[in-house]
Design a binder for this molecule. Structure first.
Ligand SMILES: Cc1ncc(C[n+]2csc(CCOP(=O)(O)OP(=O)(O)O)c2C)c(N)n1
Ligand SMILES: [Mg+2]
Length: 302
């Protein structure tokens, strides 16, 4: 595959994922659209540009590991796993339902392709470190990617884990910060000031790469290039927009953990459908009915 074809494929998958994210959250009537949409290009780049993985063999020993530390963004992971073929797309409409493999936060005991159960913020990097340490002891070249939110950085355990990664020279770990500036209660800095995230990670011993988190080519490079210095873990600080792709959700913390109503869903899917068509993605939908629903009705998806 040429570089240009790879970029186009990642972008088409990202467009498909954004559509699926809104459809599944609308169908569930609850969930976290904002942080799922901000992380979509990052996750699509990992799954279609960076990681070695095999949907037909989810526990393949040679796989790279992905830890979604910001587990509330489960829909972005489920959208990627469905598109990659870990499970049938029809599961997407069961998000958050009793007995579903797609719980509100990822459950590795239930869902193929989910590496680690997450949702309690601040734990993913410590787990990623453990995976990376074990891989190194086995002389296994697999890499570990850990995606965290910026609000999540307010958890003290993150910084203990950051020290650990640098101290143990875990250059098989790559930390990615979805730096959208917002958490559940509003601006991160109004809740507990983060200061300079890139500067802090640098001070904790990471090689820091700052990129636009919706620039697939830059993400691909930042996530692929080996560390400049052997033994130094990489942190990619990705500047993103919460709610990216749905105009009325962008930059609005109100869409952190709320499903759109029928009218909002129709508007969001119209916008995302147009983006999907122009990205050349597939139009097969998971929930289908949402597209034909009367947008003024309160029934159906809610
Ligand atoms: C330990 C813990 N405390 C609180 C929560 C509730 N919570 C869920 S999401 C969230 C905000 C996360 O913000 P951020 O990491 O910036 O996520 P994003 O903006 O990417 O959605 C909070 C406080 C949680 N899941 N875990
Ligand atoms: Mg955030």
């Amino acid at each position: 595959m040429t570089h240009a074809a790879r970029l186009a494929s990642i972008e088409a998958h990202a467009a498909r994922m954004r559509y699926d994210i809104i459809e599944m959250i609308a169908e569930a009537g609850s969930g976290h659209p904002g942080g799922s949409l901000s992380a979509t290009d990052i996750v699509a780049t990992l799954y279609w540009g960076v990681m070695r993985h095999d949907p037909a063999d989810p526990t393949w020993s040679g796989r790279d590991r992905f830890v979604l530390s910001k587990g509330h963004a489960a829909p972005v992971l489920y959208a990627a796993l469905a598109s990659a073929g870990y499970f049938g797309r029809d599961h997407l409409k069961t998000l958050r339902k009793l007995g579903s493999i797609l719980q509100g936060h990822p459950d590795c005991m239930k869902c193929a392709g989910v590496e680690v159960s997450t949702g309690s913020l601040g734990q993913g990097l410590a787990i990623a470190n453990g995976l990376a340490l074990a891989l190194r002891m086995d002389a296994d070249p697999a890499r570990v990617f850990c995606l965290m939110g910026d609000g999540e950085l307010q958890e003290g355990s993150v910084w203990e884990a950051a020290m650990f990664a640098a101290h143990h020279r875990l250059d098989n770990v790559t930390v990615i910060i979805d730096h959208n500036g917002l958490q559940i209660d509003g601006a991160c800095d109004s809740v507990l000031c983060l200061g300079g995230v890139a500067e802090k990670l640098d001070a904790f011993g990471f090689e820091v790469r700052e990129v636009g988190g919706h620039e697939v080519e830059d993400l691909l490079k930042a996530l692929t290039d080996p560390p400049l210095i052997e033994g130094v873990p990489v942190a990619v600080v990705a500047y993103t927009i919460k709610g990216k792709g749905v105009s009325f959700m962008e930059g609005d913390a109100g869409w952190h953990g709320k499903a759109p109503n029928a009218e909002q869903t129709a508007a969001a899917l119209a916008e995302l459908g147009a983006a999907l068509a122009s990205a050349g993605g597939e139009m097969e939908t998971a929930v289908g009915s949402l597209l034909t629903e009367d947008p003024s009705s309160e029934g159906g998806s809610r």
